[in-house]
Write a protein that binds this ligand. Structure first.
Ligand SMILES: Nc1ncnc2c1ncn2[C@@H]1O[C@H](COP(=O)(O)OP(=O)(O)O)[C@@H](O)[C@H]1O
Ligand SMILES: [Mg+2]
Length: 254
């Protein structure tokens, strides 16, 4: 039943397939006896930028960590392209195609920018493909190219975030998850990062984004999910979420 004719979207980008590339269903997790996620359902279609918003402590970081295998799921399912990943170790999740840019970037501060980027591809052999990917990331982030030999710890906050995102891209993920894109960054840096993320997305990477600043998140996202006390309480397009009283009151202050 496969259609042999390649189809492209009006903008020339990939047409989202009917099945989500990432499908989280009934996901539960926590720390010891404390349950944090209570049956989270969330789906991301190939080619989308999807944002996850919610107040401090809602469980956003825990959700990404559970998808990554850093926090064990106690129930539910995480499927990437239909393959079950719940219960898989972090390396296996990365190898399957989900990269995680952690909250606070977590770069190797005394290693060079270039070596930090290469760490993102540690599961791959160092071959011509890897050099080509490194070139691609450097082209996408000219500031990283200029600072390739500098220690990552000497970069500005915005540049560190670029380096962390670049490191994520180096694993050639199907889905790139970013925890707190703009936290602690100046408005100009956030603007630059948002533009770059859109480019990364156009180049073919699906993105799941956690962003404290709801307006920034909604500006660049195709859809969004609102997490509250470990549950998805709302989802929809940016227009719908921006107008939702729950979102306005809680996160926009309007
Ligand atoms: N390592 C941990 N051990 C115990 N509780 C944690 C741990 N990490 C986070 N929590 C708790 O889980 C809840 C959700 O936290 P988190 O996922 O970081 O939320 P968010 O990213 O939305 O701010 C909070 O109540 C937090 O205190
Ligand atoms: Mg968090």
């Amino acid at each position: 039943m496969s259609d042999p004719t390649p189809v492209s979207a009006p903008g020339g980008g990939p047409v989202p397939s009917a099945e989500p590339i990432l499908k989280v269903a009934g996901l539960e997790a926590g720390y010891g006896d404390i349950q944090i996620l209570w049956g989270v359902d969330l789906d991301v279609m190939a080619g989308e930028i999807v944002c996850l918003v919610g107040s401090n402590g809602a469980g956003k970081t825990t959700l990404l960590k559970t998808i990554s295998g850093l926090v064990p799921a106690t129930a539910g399912s995480v499927r990437l392209d239909g393959a079950e990943l719940a219960g898989a170790a972090p390396d296996a999740v990365l190898a399957a195609g989900i990269a995680h840019v952690p909250e606070g970037r977590r770069l190797f501060r005394t290693m060079s920018v270039r070596d930090n980027l290469l760490m993102g591809a540690y599961l791959r052999p160092h071959d011509a493909d890897l050099d080509a990917d490194l070139d691609r990331v450097m082209t996408m982030f000219p500031r990283l190219a200029e600072r390739a030999r500098q220690d990552a710890g000497t970069l500005s906050g915005g540049e560190q975030q670029m380096c962390a995102i670049g490191r994520g891209i180096m694993s050639r993920p199907k889905v790139l998850m970013i925890d707190e894109l703009s936290l602690g960054l100046a408005p100009r840096a956030v603007e630059l990062l948002s533009e770059t993320l859109v480019e990364v997305n156009r180049a073919g990477t699906t993105i799941l984004l956690i962003e404290q600043d709801v307006m920034t998140a909604l500006e660049i996202s195709d859809r969004g999910f609102v997490l509250d006390r470990g549950r998805v309480v709302m989802s929809g397009t940016p227009d719908v979420l921006a107008e939702a009283p729950e979102v306005r009151e809680a996160y926009i202050g309007a």
